[in-house]
Structures are given as C-alpha cells and as structure tokens.
Design a protein. Structure first.
Ligand code: ACK
Length: 752
C-alpha cells in the first residue's frame, strides 16, 4: 500500500499476538523522504501507526499517491507538499517538470530575487533633469524614470564630463570634483557637484539603475544636461606652517587650497608686525607652496597670511599665523664693540671723503641708484627684501586701494608710475613676434624670464622711436594706471622697461586677443550663457574701476582682451589712448576726440565723462558681444549716430538676443545718466540671469523694443512700439534708422 507517498510492501506479522512489526516505506518516484516513513504490522495483519512521509521533488506535484511533473508554464522550485505554480510575469518554462521559470527576452532576475518574483528589466532614463550653476558648483535635480522596469530598487549614478572649449571634445572630470552626497548609488533625485573648474563647459549624465541593470547588455539610458561654470577665485589656503624662524627671516610652508578653481599662478604672502597691520604690511609672491620671508626685525612678533591667485582672482587670505623672530645674542664683549665702532666710524669718514671727492670730479655715477627704482622680485625659495606697499589705506580695509591716483596729478612728471610699476630689465624680455600695432607703437608677444621660474608669456607694448618727452610720459601713464589695479577682469601689469631710451609696457598675455575680433572670427559659436559669462567679466572689471573712481572713457569690445579660458579683461588705460590710439575716436566740435558710437550723449556734448557714461559704453559692448562683433550702428555716419541717439532711437536687439539682455542695454542707454544702472547692479543682474538660464530663453528679436523687465529697480516706462526683426548683417543707413528702437524712456512710439 502507499501511504504519505511511501510504498509499503507485504510483511510477516510477529509471533506474539501483541507484537508489532516495524516496516520501512519506500518513497514513490519523483519524491523524497521528509521523515523516515514507517508503519507497524499487527498480529491481525493490519497496518498501524504511519510515521514519517515523503514529499514530491522540485518540478513535481502530488496527484493520487504519485508525483507528476509540472505542466508547461508551471514550476515548482523546491520539494514539498505545495503544488506547481504558474510562472511569474515575464517568465516561462521551456519543458515539463520545471524547477524555475526562465525570464523572457530583455527581462532579468536579480541574484537575490526569489523564483516566484516577476522578471524585471532596467529602468528608462530619469526625466526633467535641471541644473542650477553657482560659481563652480552645480545642483542637479531630476524626476524618477517613467518606466521603472517593474522594480522599486531604483538608484542613480552621475557621470561628469568636462568639455574644454579649446579641446573640442569632452573628457572625464578630474578626481578633485566633489559629489554631494555621492556620485553613484544615489537614492534621492538630486546632487550637488562642487570643485568644478571655473569658466568651463560640463556635460552631466544621470542614469537610473535597478537590481537588474548590471545583467542587461544594453547601454544604460541617461538624462543629459550641459552647463558652463562661472569664474571663481581659489578657495582659502587652510594649512600654513612655520618651517624655520631665524633672527631676520621666517620660512613658511602651506598647502594648495582645496578648490584651486584654475591654475594657481602664484601665492601672495602678506606679513606685518603684530598689531601694526593698519600702519603697514608687506607682501611677497611665491610660485611654490613654500617661501622664506627675510629682512625681518629680530625679536619681533610677525603675523603671516597666505592666499592663492588664479586667472579668476585672489582667494581669501588664510588664518593669521604668528611667528616671533629670534632675539639677537650679544657676541662681543664691551672692548671688542668699542673697537668695532671706532673702526666703523673711521671707515665711514674715509668713505664720505671719497664720495665728496668723486662727486666733485666725476659727476653722476651709475652705482648710485634711485631708491625708488625697484627691480622686479619674484620669490622661489629665496627671499627678496620686503616691499612696502603705498599707505593711505582706510582703516580696516587694507587689501583694496580705495582711490586710484591720476598720473598727471603728481608734481614731478613720470614720478607717478614709480609707486605702482616694477622696472623690468630689458635683458629679461624675449620678443617673439608682433601681434598688432597702434599709433604709439607695436604690440608684441614674448616671454619674460623670471629668475628661478618658468618663462612667462607676456604682451609687450613698445613706444615707437622718435617720440617726444610728452608722448613718452603719456605712454607710460598707462602702466602707472594699470599698476594700481588688481582684479581678475583687469589686464595685469607685469612691469615696465624705462631704462635708457626704452619705453615698454609688459602685461599678461591674453591668448585670444581683443574681444571684437575674437567674436567676429567665432561668429555664432558660443552659447548665450558663455556670452553672458564674458559680459559678466567685463562688468565685474568695470565695477572694480568705478569703485576706485576711475572713468575709462573708451570702453568698447576692441579694448577688452580675452584669455584662453574666455575670461574677459578690460584693458587700454592711460592718457594718450582716447586721444591718439583709438582708430574709432573722432574729433567733436568741442575739439576733443571721442569714440562716438560708444559714448554717452552728455559726454559727447559736454565732455562730462563719468562712471555713468562708462555704463552707456558697457551697453554698447553688450550689443557688440550679442551681435558677435558687429559694428554698432552699422555704416551710419558719426553725425547720424549722434542725431538719432539724441532723438531717442536705440540699437535694436541683435538676432537671438534674450529679451532680458536687450532690456539691460536699454537701461544702460537711459538719456538721464542718473537713471542708468550702476556697474554693481549690472553685475548682479547678469549673475541672476546666469543663475536662472530659463530667464534667457525669451528672445527679443520679434518684439524688438520691450518694456523693462523688473530686473532693475527703475520706474515703469510707457510700453514702446514693437518693431520687426532685423537681419544680423548691417542694413544700409535708411534701413538702419528704421531698425533703431525708440528710447522707451523718452519716446514711447516710433516715428520713421
Ligand atoms: O585683436 P588682437 O590680436 O589683440 O590685436 C590687438 C593688438 O594687440 C593691438 O592692440 C593685441 N593685444 C594687445 N594687448 C594684448 C595682450 N595683453 N595680450 C594679447 N594680445 C594683446 C590685441
């Protein structure tokens, strides 16, 4: 008989009427023992007390005292009493007696998924990926994929690719990039990416993955967003250590800032006697992360701070570190000191006599150098004497000079430059090629040799031969003005060569040359965000100049230079530039020479140049940038430009120009200069636009002259008339007048 899937064969009873014979059962086919099956055979020949049992194996189920195979489409994964189950969704059994169901094509089962779980597949890409850039960080947010592949274990991975403009292709982001909370296995649908390079294009791929993504041979689907970071100064130098302190020198060591945000060009070490920062402090430059400061007073407590500089500017100074120099030890007894003093006095008297004699007979000797004629000192492990900056800092705000000094306000001509420029020995300059020429001479490209350092690429402006003394003074005035500025968006002066007959101005080299030419040769190749980034740089440089009280008077795209990272820097300072050097300047009836198309009407009419007239010019630079170097007012004559601007017409938005940017231009071209925005407002409007790229989507080309956006705190004007879009190429004069917009502040409607 079969009992509990165990078969018991015939048995012989026991001899005693009360005895029971134990009989072992055998499991039927396709079943296995669970507990040893047994029964007892009584003396009456009856089967009694069945114990233990067999169960059907995996792939089989019990049917009428036998185990039969699971049918197609059914499975049983383990031996037991349970019946065969239907295959879970997206799976099938290929043969009878299946112990598990195979997944359909493109469906998978994760290692930890039970056989009863449905087969699943990788998710689709996340959706609605948005980015918001803040300096060199970007926040990414997205929504979960529409198809989760049938699973709930979704996580996200971020892939970061850097696309340097010059390289033309993208590469994996460097190891210094920081992902918060992490780059892979993100549970939440947002991520902060920090430590990016400034002014750089990035591409971010966000892919959704689930438990079966690794099993699928298909490439993962991702949402992609491209961004451009803004420029940012390096972060603070955090760790600074004292390596050695002598009586007159201290050696320092520090670590590179955590976020350099670019290539560190140099470190600036600021030091001063403790509690005397307000009176004077000194700075020293170093290219490595160690420096020795010498020329210190013995037995004095000094405070040291270090900051890094990149092409985007200086970072914050490190925490102050105090070091006391060693006290001098008396080494001689009184008798020796008396002897030394006597010898010194005698020596001095002899020397004085010699000098007097020499002066009488020989005149000027080259050995006596003017104390102001400082050479350029660079630090690379070896210390130059400390250089004391000019004082007059307002208390509490030392690093930023508050006012710039006009060179011609100095009593002695040519003296102004001395305080702000560094004399470079001509032998250290190697001129390689001419890159341009102006009224006053050639502009060359070359290298500057700095002892102990790599050669530095520089631009060299040389005054042409045959100059008058006045021309030389005006030419060098540019250096003495430039030398007072220290800002990432102002061209940096490296020094001057003025010895002998030479007159050269040496500045940092800007790989992409002047902005107008650069844009003309790359017509249509930048994103609006990149163009706004460039304008933001120009605006920041102008904000710095206007804060110092410096009025540029010739702000135009031709006077902005562009470096290899698209950082724009304002250039062209000095007394002679508007008068002589600018080919776009024209003589006015009042006798001055003025770049009409870039100049505010009040400055043309009354020569009242101010930061507000610079703001007007900035508006024209905005137009030049958005029009990729197009000539403002096309081929109109200067006279027509003056009269149409005076009548209230304004340049229309260039093709594809975002409405908000054209509005900012119109604000800069307000007839009343008091109503124009200040550079600080302009920079913050541009920053706001950069932070919310969607605000740049609405273009102004269809509805050309628009009511102001609420971007600037100005009174609401009457809404001006709409004009048709105009082509990028300049129309002829009559057309050009037609394209001009009426000044929304003075002329609410257009009269042709
Ligand atoms: O458009 P460009 O190549 O850029 O031609 C003009 C030319 O010299 C006459 O001004 C170029 N230039 C002037 N200063 C610099 C500089 N610091 N770096 C690179 N190019 C410069 C300018």
């Amino acid at each position: 008989m079969v009992r509990n899937l165990a078969a018991f064969s015939e048995a012989v009873t026991g001899a005693d009427s009360s005895s029971l014979v134990e009989v072992r059962g055998q499991c039927v086919r396709h079943s296995e023992e669970r507990d040893t099956p047994k029964m007892y055979c009584s003396a009456e020949g009856e089967w009694l007390v069945p114990i233990g049992k067999c169960v059907c194996s995996a792939g089989y189920e019990e049917r009428r005292d036998a185990c039969v195979a699971c049918e197609l489409g059914f499975y049983k994964s383990a031996p037991g009493d349970q019946l065969c189950a239907r295959c879970p969704p997206h799976s099938h059994s290929a043969a009878p007696a299946a112990q598990a169901c195979r997944c359909d094509l493109s469906y998978f089962r994760a290692a930890l998924d039970p056989p009863s779980a449905a087969c699943t597949r990788p998710p689709s890409a996340p959706v609605n990926l948005i980015s918001s850039v803040n300096g060199t960080s970007v926040t990414l947010e997205w929504a979960p994929p529409l198809d989760r592949g049938g699973r709930s274990d979704i996580t996200y991975n971020a892939v970061c690719r850097r696309c340097p403009w010059a390289l033309g292709h993208c590469e994996t982001c460097g190891g210094s990039t920081r992902f918060v909370p992490q780059q892979t296995s993100l549970v939440q649908a947002s991520l902060l990416v920090a430590n990016l390079l400034a002014h750089m294009n990035y591409s971010f791929w966000i892919e959704a993955v689930n438990g079966v993504s690794d099993l699928s041979p298909e490439p993962r689907r991702a949402a992609v967003v491209n961004i451009t970071t803004n420029q940012a100064a390096p972060s603070q130098v955090v760790v600074i250590r004292q390596e050695r302190a002598g009586q007159t020198s201290v050696s320092l060591l520090w670590q590179e800032p955590e976020q350099p945000n670019g290539i560190i060009l140099e470190y600036e070490i600021k030091y001063y006697e403790k509690d005397k920062e307000m009176q004077s402090y000194s700075t020293l430059k170093a290219v490595t992360t160690r420096a020795t400061v010498s020329g210190l007073k013995p037995g004095t407590r000094y405070v040291f701070q270090v900051r890094a500089r990149t092409s985007a500017g200086c970072g914050r100074f490190s925490q102050a570190m105090e070091v006391e120099t060693g006290k001098p030890r008396p080494r001689y007894d009184t008798r020796t000191i008396v002897w030394i003093c006597l010898t010194l006095i005698t020596g001095l008297v002899v020397l004085l006599l010699l000098v007097i004699c020499k002066k009488r007979h020989c005149g000027y000797s080259k050995a006596f150098q003017h104390s102001d004629e400082e050479k350029m000192h660079y630090q690379n492990g070896q210390a130059p004497p400390p250089v004391f900056l000019p004082l007059h800092h307002p208390p509490g705000k030392i690093p930023e000079p508050q006012f710039y000094a006009e060179p011609h306000t100095y009593e002695e001509p040519g003296r102004a430059g001395r305080g702000f420029t560094r004399e470079i020995e001509a032998s250290r300059i190697h001129i390689e090629k001419i890159i341009g020429s102006g009224e006053s001479g050639e502009v060359c490209y070359g290298h500057l040799q700095v002892p102990g350092q790599r050669d530095m690429p520089v631009a060299i402006k040389a005054l042409k031969a045959g100059y008058t003394e006045r021309q030389r003074r005006d030419f060098l005035s540019e250096a003495s003005i430039m030398g007072q500025f220290d800002h990432p968006n102002i061209i940096r002066l490296e020094g001057v060569v003025t010895r002998g007959q030479l007159a050269m101005i040496v500045t940092e080299y800007m790989e992409n040359g002047s902005l107008d030419t650069f844009l003309r040769t790359h017509d249509g190749q930048f994103t609006i965000m990149q163009l706004v980034g460039m304008l933001r740089g120009v605006g920041a440089g102008m904000r710095y100049l206007s804060d110092l009280g410096y009025v540029h008077r010739d702000l135009a795209a031709r006077n902005v230079l562009v470096d290899g990272n698209l950082v724009c820097k304002v250039s062209d300072f000095g007394l002679s530039r508007v008068l002589e050097d600018d080919p776009d300047a024209a003589y006015t009836t009042t006798g001055g020479k003025i770049p009409i198309r870039w100049t505010a009407p009040e400055a043309i009419a009354f020569r009242t140049f101010s930061s507000a007239s610079d703001v007007w010019s900035f508006g024209v630079v905005m137009w030049e940038v958005l029009a990729y170097g197009e000539r403002p007012y096309w081929n109109m004559t200067n006279r027509d430009v003056i009269s149409s601007v005076e009548e209230g017409y304004r340049l229309p938005a260039p093709m594809g120009c975002p409405r908000a940017l054209h509005q900012l231009m119109l604000d800069c071209w307000h007839k009343d200069r008091a109503q124009r925005p200040r550079f600080s407002q302009i920079v913050s409007v541009l920053d706001t636009l950069i932070r919310s790229p969607e605000s740049l989507r609405a273009t102004a080309t269809v509805n050309r002259c628009l009511a102001p956006t609420p971007a600037l705190p100005t009174p609401a004007p009457p809404a001006p008339a709409a004009l048709p879009a105009c082509p990028r190429q300049g129309p002829d004069l009559v057309q050009a007048l037609g394209w001009l917009c009426p000044d929304p502040w003075t002329r609410p409607s257009l009269v042709l």
